[in-house]
Design a binder for this molecule. Structure first.
Ligand code: HEM
Length: 393
């Protein structure tokens, strides 16, 4: 239990740290990776280059500090992050390293203003916050290990099939290399793929949504090939160009809480942009096979026909359901955008909506759906990348 004095210091200095957030975290990461380069096997180096993850981690520590009297309040946020940590194999022993370098960076940036009293208070608070994460993550690892066919950390999978879905999206069907089945998962969950790329010093991790409903014997991910010069593209280009049927990759167990609520019978709409279609495929297929009478609509935005994945699969399911609507818009064509009128026509505002796509797309869709009277409880979304990017929505 933190003392009253420690809590007061932490709460009153949190805004100062947040103000210097970017500088502190840049110093923090560069010193930490210099001393512990092995952590680059876990962190996404492209996110590091773009400064995205920097802000996410430290901002969360400050936000948690503000709630230090009542850490229960941050549990929902912790859960989402813990899913990501567990999917990446973050361990309890990593927390003191992050804590040490975060505190050193605070000291370095704030200089004399960071008195010993302040630093000690933050060290204590970080310990408490880290424990909340560690406990939740340990619970998740245990659950993953005890689930039928489950495992924790990484396991070898074989690429069973590679199928081109559009000009830039290819599906990889993955089966456990030990011949076992896979654990069941919720529609919308993701896995992490871990790769050693020849010539690169560190391992690469990327999360990909599972793009089909849970099946006993395989996972499917559908990967968009990014541009060659995009630092985020390293893995997707390597997968497209160099990974073939029969090759082995490491995979972590399904995680994530952007999932379809299968208990509901209310109308449900799936709205996606580009490769954001992947978790929607898993959700849509789940509705089609488990509750085909549920009113459902599938609304998708692609640049053009050649970049449009899964069209035939969606059509096939629509044909088997009583109450399904499907529409795709191509942004290369005039009036090719999803407008409020289209949303009004396709999305039943009394039900649930799941949105996934690039950030500007999501921001637009979420604000239009709110304008149609949908509440935040009805609008579910996930953005690929650090979730912090959407906090302003
Ligand atoms: C991602 C917070 C400790 C490794 C994140 C994200 C947040 C966060 C907010 C972004 C989540 C998202 O994208 O949805 C924290 C907090 C920590 C902590 C508050 C301490 C209390 C750690 C530790 C490690 C770690 C100890 C491992 C050394 C990662 C990695 C990512 C991540 C690898 C994925 C993003 C990327 O690769 O760039 N964390 N984290 N975190 N965290 Fe943590």
């Amino acid at each position: 239990m933190l003392s009253e004095q420690t809590r007061t210091i932490v709460k009153s200095t949190a805004p100062v740290l947040a103000e210097h957030g970017k500088t502190i975290t840049t110093v923090f990461y560069s010193n930490m990776f210099e001393a512990h380069p092995e952590l680059l096997n876990i962190f996404n180096q492209a996110n590091q280059k773009q400064g995205r993850q920097q802000t996410a981690l430290a901002n969360t520590v400050y936000a948690a500090a503000v709630h230090i009297d009542n850490l229960e309040a941050i549990l929902p946020a912790v859960e989402q992050i813990a899913h990501k940590h567990v999917s990446l194999g973050v361990k309890a022993e990593h927390y003191p390293i992050v804590g040490e370098y975060l505190l050193k960076a605070i000291k370095e940036v704030l200089g004399d203003a960071a008195t010993d009293e302040i630093i000690n208070a933050w060290a204590e608070a970080y310990g408490v916050i880290a424990d909340v994460f560690i406990n939740m993550e340990n619970g998740m690892y245990k659950e993953a290990e005890t689930q039928e066919n489950g495992w924790s950390f990484f396991k070898d999978f074989t690429i069973a099939r590679k199928v081109k879905e559009s000009e830039n999206i290819t599906s990889f069907y993955l089966k456990p290399a030990d011949g076992k089945n896979v654990p069941s998962y919720e529609a919308g969950q993701y896995i992490t793929v871990r790769l050693a790329i020849p010539g690169e010093e560190f391992l690469f991790n990327r999360q990909y949504s599972l793009s089909q409903a849970s099946r006993p014997d395989e996972f499917r991910i559908s990967v968009k090939r990014e541009a060659d010069n995009d630092p985020n593209g390293m893995v997707s280009v390597y997968l497209h160009e160099n990974m073939n049927e029969g090759d082995t990759i490491e995979v972590s167990a399904p995680a994530g809480e952007f999932v379809l609520d299968t208990k509901r019978e209310t109308p449900v709409a799936f709205v996606s942009g580009g490769v954001g279609i992947t978790p929607m495929m898993s959700m849509f297929e789940t509705v089609a096979t488990q509750t085909p009478e549920r009113p459902v609509s599938f609304l998708h935005a692609a640049r053009n026909e050649t970049l449009h994945a899964f069209d035939k699969d969606v059509q096939k399911y629509v044909a088997t359901m009583d109450n399904a609507k499907y529409k795709t818009l191509y942004s290369d064509e005039p009036q090719g955008y999803i407008t409020r009128e289209i949303l009004e026509d396709m999305v039943d505002a009394s039900g649930e909506v799941y949105v996934c796509g690039p950030v500007p797309f999501m921001e637009k869709m979420i604000s239009e759906l709110r304008a149609l009277g949908m509440s935040d409880e009805q609008i579910h979304y996930e953005f690929f990348g650090p979730a912090v990017a959407l906090q302003s929505v």
